[in-house]
Design a protein around this ligand. Structure first.
Ligand SMILES: [Zn+2]
Length: 278
């Protein structure tokens, strides 16, 4: 994935898929500067972005956007925050989400790296965005217009859609995933996630390009299919909770098992049951 380098997915909008995790980093090229969307897993990985961006585009980075709070999209923030005059934009709830999920997880891993040995977090200093986005905003950065759209709770309660209106490219973070099923992880909202996608579909036009947080670009029809799958999860959780049954009571050939690994469904069911329980 990394070998393929930067792929132009719309005029002057480039995606690069980085290992580990096949995470998308996007650069929006403007006449006077670059906006980088998402910052990877740690400062060393973020420094690699800075080097790759410099080698490919040779223009200054003038802004950074986080699509949501999860570590694979924000733990490189400190590298960009240290650059002169580079604002980092993100959903206004990221500081709360960090306090609830990322901060304790990072502290536990740094105290005992054997807890999550695949994570290279020794040098991470949790760095929330310094510009918190509360309502839809139109920005002109580096001479290019971007729309930042804070979403209702879905993949997380910190999801922020980015639209590059002049070429109709959407950067949706993990609200949509292509290289694997969309993940029900820390702080997901299985009941409202499909509604969030329905709202986005009202604005996404046929022919628009959608860049997921992980994987290759997709089209509007893919978003429709992912919304339908997420709706099926939501409906099944609701029916199970109402009936007093659990994931383990679903028949082994239930079609959800063809869409998500069981461990992820367990996470969705436990989040859903908590949310229905009020
Ligand atoms: Zn992710």
């Amino acid at each position: 994935m990394t070998e393929s380098g930067w792929v132009e997915v719309g005029r002057g909008v480039f995606q690069r898929r980085y290992k580990p995790m096949d995470v998308s980093v996007i650069v929006v090229v403007g006449p006077t500067g670059l906006t980088v969307v998402d910052t990877r897993n740690n400062p060393a990985e973020a420094e690699e972005i800075v080097r790759d961006v410099d080698a490919r585009f040779g223009r200054p980075i003038v802004a950074v956007v986080n699509t949501h709070a999860h570590y694979d999209h924000t733990f490189g923030n400190q590298t960009f925050a240290a650059l002169p005059s580079v604002p980092v934009y993100g959903h206004h709830r990221i500081p709360q989400h960090f306090a609830e999920y990322e901060a304790p997880r990072l502290a536990a891993q740094q105290a005992d790296p054997s807890r999550e040995p695949d994570k290279d977090w020794a040098d991470v200093v949790l760095t929330p965005p310094d510009v918190l986005v509360t309502t839809r905003a139109t920005l002109v950065v580096g001479g290019r217009t971007l729309e930042l759209i804070p979403l209702d709770p879905g993949h997380t309660d910190t999801d922020l859609a980015v639209l590059v209106p002049d070429c109709r490219v959407w950067l949706l973070g993990d609200v949509i995933e292509e290289s694997g099923p969309p993940m029900f992880g820390s702080g997901s909202y299985p009941f409202t996630w499909p509604t969030v996608l329905a709202g986005l579909l009202d604005a996404i036009r046929p022919g628009d390009v959608i860049v997921p947080g992980h994987g290759a670009v997709v089209d509007r029809d893919f978003v429709v299919r992912q919304m339908e799958g997420l709706q099926k999860v939501a409906d099944t959780i609701r029916a199970s909770v109402t009936a007093g049954t659990s994931l383990q009571d679903l028949p082994a050939d239930h079609d959800l098992f063809g869409l998500w690994p069981e461990v992820m469904l367990e996470s969705a069911f436990s989040r859903g049951a908590d949310q229905l329980g009020g």
